[in-house]
Write a protein that binds this ligand. Structure first.
Ligand SMILES: O=C(O)CCC(=O)C(=O)O
Ligand SMILES: [Fe+2]
Length: 290
């Protein structure tokens, strides 16, 4: 079964049947409670849509330049790519850094601190990714980040730069509630269609307005959706965790964030010389934190 057929057969999967959507008025502790029960929450109007739209345009321009340098130019077969956030720049500007800075200044950061049970956070840039996706018809299946990204990164923020409308634009979907551990997998570390279709009432394929984001846990079974519309999508994955809990091998590159006079501030930068992230880490876009 593909995602288009799934939506046709089970249109309710786009509804938030488990009340997992929150706005800035919600108490971070209530958001954290829903997150711990279900493994995913949607935060609405988390970031300014004008900022995201402008940074999305800048990203598109830098991607076009990047692809004309590196891609073999085959259109049609191209379904998208992943990029480290420091690899996409426009002159001195790094659109992913501007979005990360906006996350740190937003009410979302209170939620991140609550989920980490600490205000000493490290942003694992090694595990942050920009994704460019062209909507292709995709068969159902999915993964858990604990298996395919990093075992000990507790959660991930998924931030689209454009509206995500189920059936029209490739986005994310989730199985709720998340299990407490790893699922058995088949090929390509994918848990397969049977698991996903076992209980359609447990599926959620949210829409996202520009400015909305979701947070999913490392055990949240989730999937990239695609319906064959060829629509373009840009998104950013941001992976923070408590500094105390972060394994040393996760830290290159990374930025440490703590509160100074109550304001989340970058207090530490880890990088090795050869990784190519220096200009990003030194950029004015990131420097707007604190
Ligand atoms: O952007 C996508 O389609 C996949 C993202 C994902 O799996 C994640 O953020 O964990
Ligand atoms: Fe994932």
């Amino acid at each position: 079964m593909n995602f288009k057929e799934l939506l046709g057969k089970h249109p309710d999967v786009t509804k938030d049947r488990y009340a997992l959507s929150f706005s800035r008025e919600a108490r971070p502790a209530d958001i954290a409670a829903a997150y711990s029960e279900f493994g995913v929450v949607r935060l609405r109007e988390a970031l300014q849509p004008e900022m995201l739209a402008a940074e999305g345009e800048a990203l598109r321009r830098s991607l076009a330049a990047h692809r004309s340098l590196t891609a073999d130019g085959r259109q049609g077969a191209y379904s998208g790519s992943w990029y480290p956030p420091w690899s996409l720049r426009e002159g001195d500007r790094f659109p992913p850094a501007a979005v990360i800075a906006a996350v740190i200044r937003s009410w979302v950061w209170d939620v991140v601190e609550n989920l980490c049970a600490s205000s000493h956070i490290v942003l694992l840039l090694k595990w942050c990714t920009v994704r460019h996706a062209i909507d292709k018809p995709l068969g159902v299946g999915g993964h858990q980040d604990a298996k395919v990204v990093a075992e000990d990164v507790p959660f991930s923020l998924w931030i689209p730069f454009n509206r995500i409308i189920p059936g029209q634009t490739s986005g994310l979907g989730f199985v709720v509630p998340a299990p407490d551990g790893l699922l058995p997998t088949q090929q390509h570390q994918d848990f397969g269609a049977d698991y996903l279709l076992e209980e359609p009432s447990k599926l959620w394929i949210p829409s996202y307005d520009v400015g909305d984001l979701t947070i999913h846990s490392r055990f949240s079974p989730h999937f990239t959706t695609g319906y064959g519309t060829e629509a373009e999508r840009l998104s950013l994955e941001v992976r923070p965790m408590s500094r105390r809990a972060a394994p040393p091998e996760y830290l290159d590159p990374s930025v440490g964030i703590s509160r100074r006079q109550g304001i989340p501030t970058i207090v530490d930068i880890r990088r090795s010389a050869d990784i190519g992230a220096n200009a990003f880490l030194d950029s004015a876009d990131l420097g707007r934190v604190g």
